[in-house]
Design a binder for this molecule. Structure first.
Ligand code: B16
Ligand code: MG
Length: 212
């Protein structure tokens, strides 16, 4: 791999496993609507925006067109309230193995570090994990208009640090994120199951396995 100047990290699934909390909150909504939402269904929501996640959930429940946008807005808010309830209890030791060490080492070696996440709850998660100061810039669902696989989130991060996209690597656990990194002209590193990470330059099971 060629030398890089900036490393952009996806949050959910790369630095912390919040998917289990997203799952609990979506499952509770599905239960209220009267259908079962399984772990397998939940795989389809990884890296996907909150709104698109709700649309997928309603498809699973066989009710894709049942609700107005206003009703869907209420449901997305209801799910988020439950999710925030869970992540408000996140502990520092829930950071995934090797994440804190890798990011700190990169920073010490002059590599710019960033978060590139779809989540609007990024500030709360970083605060709970006590790692906000490890990043030079944070781009998340609050500062973007377009969801991954659109490259916007990563392009904004590189621009903020004035680093050319070709000098950036991106750590991602979702296919939408790998596609976004490629569309941005960056080098994607797949974190997790290689089958769901087509197009990544290399694959690692977790950040602790990335040699730097
Ligand atoms: P929120 P990432 C994504 O985060 C999650 O993977 C995805 O499951 C979630 O729907 C999305 O954030 C939006 O999250 O509802 O908290 O705004 O993987 O891009 O860090
Ligand atoms: Mg992710």
């Amino acid at each position: 791999m060629k030398p890089y100047k900036m490393a952009i990290f996806d949050l959910d699934g790369v630095i912390v496993d919040t998917a289990k909390y997203h799952y609990l909150a979506w499952r509770e909504l599905a239960e209220r609507l009267g259908f079962e939402f399984t772990q397998e269904h939940n795989e389809r929501l990884k890296g996907v925006s909150r709104w698109r996640s709700l649309e997928i959930l309603l498809e699973v429940g066989g009710m894709p067109d049942k609700f107005t946008d206003a009703e869907k807005e209420d449901m997305a808010n209801e799910k988020n309230k439950r999710y925030v309830g869970y992540i408000s209890q996140l502990r520092e030791d829930e950071i995934l193995p090797g994440a804190r060490e890798l990011i700190a080492r990169m920073k010490e070696n002059g590599i710019k570090t960033a978060i590139g996440s779809a989540s609007k709850n990024t500030p709360l998660i970083l605060e709970r994990l006590g790692i906000a100061d490890l990043f030079d810039v944070v781009i998340d669902g609050n500062s973007t208009q377009k969801a991954k696989p659109d490259p916007e989130v990563f392009v904004l991060g590189a621009k903020a640090m004035d680093v050319p996209p070709g000098d950036c690597i991106v750590f991602e656990d979702a296919q939408a994120g790998i596609d976004a990194a490629l569309a941005a002209g960056m080098t994607p590193i797949g974190v997790g199951d290689p089958h769901n990470l087509v197009g990544a330059e290399i694959h690692v099971p977790a950040l602790k396995d990335f040699i730097f």
